[in-house]
Design a protein around this ligand. Sequence first.
Ligand SMILES: Cc1cc2nc3c(=O)[nH]c(=O)nc-3n(C[C@H](O)[C@H](O)[C@H](O)COP(=O)(O)OP(=O)(O)OC[C@H]3O[C@@H](n4cnc5c(N)ncnc54)[C@H](O)[C@@H]3O)c2cc1C
Length: 295
Amino acid sequence: MKDIENFLKENKITYKKYEPLAKYTTLKIGGKADFVVFPDEESIFKLIEIIKYENIPYYVIGGGSNLLIKDEGFRGVIINTRKMNRIDIEGFTVWSSAGVMLPRFIAFVLKRNLSGMEGLIGIPGTVGGAIIGNAGSFGYEISDWLEEVEIITDNVEIKTLKKQDITFQYRGSDLVKTWIIKSAKFNLREDDGESFNRMKAFLQKKKQTQPLGDYSAGCVFKNPKGQSAGYLIEKAGLKGFRVGDIVISPIHANYFINIGKGKSQDFLRLMDIVKEKVFKLFSIELEPEIKILEA
Ligand SMILES: Cc1cc2nc3c(=O)[nH]c(=O)nc-3n(C[C@H](O)[C@H](O)[C@H](O)COP(=O)(O)OP(=O)(O)OC[C@H]3O[C@@H](n4cnc5c(N)ncnc54)[C@H](O)[C@@H]3O)c2cc1C
């Protein structure tokens, strides 16, 4: 770990040591990491090279909005992509670094009369995190207008994958867990004059039906085929059910809210209770949508 700290200092890469991770997640849960590092587009490659060379455990986070980090934290390096925040445009083509926040991306393209991304409004994540999980709503998915993804592989090579080389499905992709998304290229379409109104209507709907102002990690479980996880949890009588400071939202039962000093073990216990009850009542196995970072 000494070498990595020297490297960070020498290369003037911002980092924090023994840093609580709760502040980097929308759920506000997570113990300390040895290092949280904030590389930019230029320094990410060298950083990965040294991390791999030194065999240091690492994990990438974007907006931390789909993530449960354990109270034990993480022994190793957390790579936060927030400084990888460049956007470029030419005609209908938009290049975005992985750490660009989706609300900024949407505002950027709408302002330039491009449409296609408005359904992703209200998703508090980054472009990189959204591609990994194929984020979406209102019938839109980030993969719809994606053309290419630039990644750093396990062998520390930069590769460009065409959309057709990647399998996207509902809230998932086959991108390898240890790869790092560096940037992505999108091909959008001309605004039909209604994109802004559509975006406003989607946001309004979201605000009415989801607890956007609370500490959550978004939907905890994926919707089973033809079903809604929130509806099943509600039908199981679990709205408002609580373990410690983690509560099933009374607004939307697929959101678990941290109402104060929520612990990761309470969150996991609540997930188990919900899975068990839904299975008992409906014989449906709920699958997590959130990602869990093992300590
Ligand atoms: C209030 C609220 C509303 C939400 N609404 C929606 C919704 O409508 N639709 C929806 O799909 N989701 C929704 N979400 C969930 C979440 O915002 C999305 O899944 C989002 O795309 C996650 O992006 P992130 O940058 O926060 O990823 P993180 O939570 O930081 O990470 C998620 C995963 O992606 C990986 N990752 C992140 N960046 C990279 C990278 N550059 N390279 C490689 N791996 C990476 C991480 O390692 C982790 O495994 C919501 C969440 C909240 C809190």
